[in-house]
Design a protein around this ligand. Structure first.
Ligand code: A3P
Length: 330
């Protein structure tokens, strides 16, 4: 009841017990059957782990290393399509997938021969310029089975305590999630896997278990924050791009939190979309927008002792399956 989005009904997909709203059923096969190319770079994350940041890093490494590509001003999710976004946007509130609405009309003017009703973001992913940068919050097991043998995958993980704070903010901020519960309930939703793309631990475990695959680079948000230059260099090498020192510095500054926040607040289709279309204005004004803080350990000032305790127990229980070199294993 805390989520507007859940009113449409929810399902659990096995194995993994993945939590989705029911419209995902109509898209699952299409995403699973999506045809990948060897040049694709797929950014896979549980929500709020630094997806947008990584999308921008990868796109800039591939297509804008001298910071002179005018397409950089196109909103990130149009440059790096969010492959399962159709289902996320299909189930509530905003009628953005009808003629007259921005995403529908935007897609139609970009690809007049394509039918937006066949899935806008699936087709955006299909039609994106090579090398394509594709975003997904789906766990590896729900993505095409050939993924790792075909394309490069970047998996980004983030401390679950910071993810909880960031996801709570996101769920209140974005109008079509319209979360009306408090942080206490949100922590319960997190640890009971009642959030879209949960279970969090299972999601990360699938990525972690593939970390030594030659086509997988497993990154931690905290490492990216601690030394962005080093991590961006690692990402560039992984996707086989040689960068000069100047280019590397360009990318570090272009993808910094402040630079990204200043370029666009709305991570949307339309660069000048009004924040009101997407955001609950009160949350936006009081607690920040999509680019909220971009910090490590913000949870320390936000979670109560009891909430910390709950997340601690949940983490401890779930970390048993991870090797000792896993960052969130205490
Ligand atoms: P906070 O809510 O903690 O600020 P995602 O893109 O996966 O939805 O993740 C969003 C989180 O990444 C938000 O975290 C956001 O502020 C942060 N973020 C976005 N761009 C960033 C950047 N360039 N550097 C660091 N953090 C960034």
């Amino acid at each position: 009841d805390d989520f507007e989005a859940h009113r449409v009904g929810t399902v659990r997909l096995q194995p993994g017990n993945w939590f989705f709203t029911t419209p995902f059923i109509n898209y699952a096969d299409q995403v699973y059957d999506f045809k990948l190319k060897p040049s694709d770079v797929v950014v896979v994350t549980y929500p709020k782990c630094g997806t947008t940041w990584t999308q921008e890093i990868v796109w800039t490494i591939l297509k804008n290393r001298n910071l002179d590509n005018p397409k950089a001003s196109i909103p990130i999710n149009a440059r790096c399509p969010f492959i399962e976004f159709d289902f996320l946007m299909n189930h509530h509130g905003l009628p953005i997938f009808e003629p007259g609405q921005e995403i529908y009309d935007g897609f139609h003017s970009m690809y007049p021969d394509r039918n937006p009703d066949d899935g806008i973001f699936l087709q955006l992913a299909e039609l994106a310029e090579d090398p394509r940068v594709i975003k997904s919050h789906l766990p590896l097991s729900l993505l095409p089975p050939s993924l790792l043998d075909t394309s490069k995958v970047l998996y980004i993980a983030r401390n679950p305590r910071d993810v909880t704070i960031s996801y709570h903010h996101h769920s209140r901020l974005i109008r079509n999630h319209n979360y009306t519960g408090n942080l206490d309930s949100f922590v319960d939703h997190m640890i009971n896997d009642r959030l879209m793309f949960s279970p969090y631990w299972e999601h990360i475990k699938e990525g972690w278990n593939k970390r030594n695959h030659p086509n997988m680079l497993f990154c931690f948000y905290e490492d990216m924050k601690a030394d962005p230059k080093k991590e961006i260099d690692r990402i560039a090498k992984f996707i086989n791009v040689d960068l000069t020192e100047t280019q590397l510095d360009n990318i570090v500054s272009f993808t910094s939190f402040d630079a990204m926040k200043n370029r666009t607040e709305v991570v949307s289709w339309k660069k000048d979309a009004s924040t009101e279309t997407y955001f609950n204005n009160e949350v936006f004004q009081n607690d920040g927008g999509f680019f909220r803080k971009g910090q490590v350990n913000d949870w320390k000032s936000k979670l109560s002792e009891e909430q910390i305790q709950k997340l601690e127990e949940w983490s401890k229980k779930n970390c048993e399956d991870f090797d000792d070199d896993f960052k969130y294993k205490k």
